[in-house]
Design a protein around this ligand. Structure first.
Ligand SMILES: Cc1cc2nc3c(=O)[nH]c(=O)nc-3n(C[C@H](O)[C@H](O)[C@H](O)COP(=O)(O)O)c2cc1C
Length: 442
């Protein structure tokens, strides 16, 4: 990782080539028809000019009255070669030590839940609508009375400083630039960034505190540091063994020191271990903290209707359906499968968000259609950070937002606000379609 990674090359050679291609597209020298004389899909044809009209006119006139192309910001070539979130994982693997990569990638046990998080997206399919005016595509959404650019949040998690030097700060800067709410992060740093005007919208994050005093102090520090909500993750009473880091002799202490290449292995993960984190966390936490802060309290890690109802009764402001990226108890189902029962139990009383395995714009639209207000990503932005620093995180968010725009434009929804249950149906039989990425002929 070096500083050169952080400078977007906006007027790059790639853009020049693209501009030339756009000009050429308007040239009669370039064929926009296929061998049968039919217009090529996506080729610039005059507005309303279906059927073999692709060769006429210049680039400008060919766009006619159509809205402009929405292109994403351009970065240096190395980053632009990575064309989807799956491929950021490959790029990160090249950049990281085996131990650091495994630490982020790992799920618990046989990683059944890790696979289930992805596979759940083949349990539902989009019901597309046609003949709807989708000229305006809008990814914005509202939460706690504020409007945000898009419903993609960066999930809380250690590991940013493991995969990149100053990874916490780079992630926060990227969140601000890509207008993503960042959940978690180092509070003193975010407070300082807030004063400098470089902080993103952010929520403080905790895995719970053992005592009332600690919990109240945490809430106070969150307010003082400029958090706009408090996220309490309730699914981490224990750190459990994960095979990959157990094999790598991973030491959790490295998460704070970023020394992941040390030969002096101190074993942190051990097969079969149960390492207490906040095993005494109960609903008391809400009783302690709720009266002490005006900030919304978001509860992360709910997977059942019963717990969702209790959360609402105990005064949470929002729920995140999550299984901690499949890093805790193996054998739970995919989060998208748990979402409908939580949505039903909550019955609109508080917003519900979801995370786990979300990698594509099509995944986001499914989550929204099942009733989620917004989604979070975990590993993908850590992969972006590991491979390309701040730009990598930014690009990950922008790509996912770009893909969400595509899904909105093509599904007939047009805007995030329009997406509802009528846009989804359960698959009668899940397909085996969870390839890591689209096939490539290279
Ligand atoms: C390396 C790593 C560390 C994480 N640490 C935390 C954490 O401290 N608190 C938390 O609530 N979730 C944590 N998570 C879970 C994420 O916030 C998020 O729920 C999950 O990664 C989403 O799934 P995805 O990685 O498939 O996108 C962590 C995830 C990873 C990959």
């Amino acid at each position: 990782m070096n500083d050169a990674h952080r400078t977007p090359i906006r007027a790059s050679r790639r853009r020049a080539i693209r501009n030339l291609a756009a000009l050429m597209a308007g040239s009669p020298l370039v064929s926009l028809v296929d061998a049968n004389g039919d217009p090529v899909e996506g080729a610039q044809t005059p507005a309303g000019g279906q059927g073999g009209g692709g060769r006429q006119g210049g680039a400008a006139s060919q766009r006619g009255d159509r809205p402009p192309v929405i292109s994403l910001p351009v970065y240096r070539d190395e980053i632009m070669k990575v064309i989807n979130l799956h491929e950021f994982e490959d790029a990160a693997k090249q950049a990281l030590s085996v131990a650091a990569y495994d630490y982020v990638a790992a799920g618990a046990g046989d990683e059944l839940t890790l696979k289930a998080n992805r596979e759940a997206f083949s349990h539902y399919w989009v019901r597309r609508k046609i003949m709807v005016d989708v000229s305006k595509v809008d990814t914005s959404f509202e939460l706690f009375g504020k409007t945000y650019d898009h419903p993609i949040l960066l999930g809380p998690g250690g590991g940013k400083n493991i995969v990149a030097v100053d990874g916490e700060r780079l992630s926060a800067l990227a969140a601000a630039k890509s207008k993503a709410i960042m959940v978690g992060g180092q509070m003193p740093m975010l407070a300082e960034m807030g004063k400098a005007g470089t902080a993103p919208a952010w929520w403080s994050a905790t895995l719970g505190e053992a005592t009332q005093q600690q919990a109240v102090d945490f809430a106070k520090r969150s307010e003082d540091s400029g958090a706009s909500a408090i996220c309490i993750t309730v699914d981490y009473p224990y750190t459990s063994a994960r095979d990959r880091p157990s094999r790598d002799l991973w030491d959790p202490e490295w998460a704070r020191t970023r020394v992941y290449g040390t030969p002096e292995f101190r074993v942190g993960f051990q097969a079969g271990m149960l390492d207490p984190y906040t095993p005494n966390l109960t609903w008391d936490w809400m009783k302690w903290v709720r009266p002490q802060t005006k900030l919304p309290i978001v509860m992360k890690g709910i997977l059942t209707a019963e717990d969702a109802k209790l959360a609402v009764e105990n005064g949470v402001s929002a729920i995140i359906v999550s299984n901690h990226g499949a890093r805790t108890l193996d054998g739970m189902g995919g989060t998208l499968d748990a979402l409908p029962e939580v949505i039903e139990a909550v019955n609109g009383r508080v917003p519900v968000l979801v995370d786990g395995g979300i990698r594509r714009g099509g995944d986001v639209i499914k989550a929204l259609a099942l009733g989620a207000k917004a989604i979070l990503i975990g590993r993908p932005f850590l992969w972006g950070l590991a491979a390309f620093g701040e730009d990598g995180v930014q690009r990950v968010v922008e790509l996912l937002q770009g893909e969400l725009r595509i899904a909105l434009g093509l599904s007939g929804a047009g805007t995030v606000k329009n997406v509802d249950r009528s846009f989804i149906r359960a698959a009668w039989k899940p397909y085996k379609v969870t390839a890591a990425s689209a096939p490539s002929s290279r």
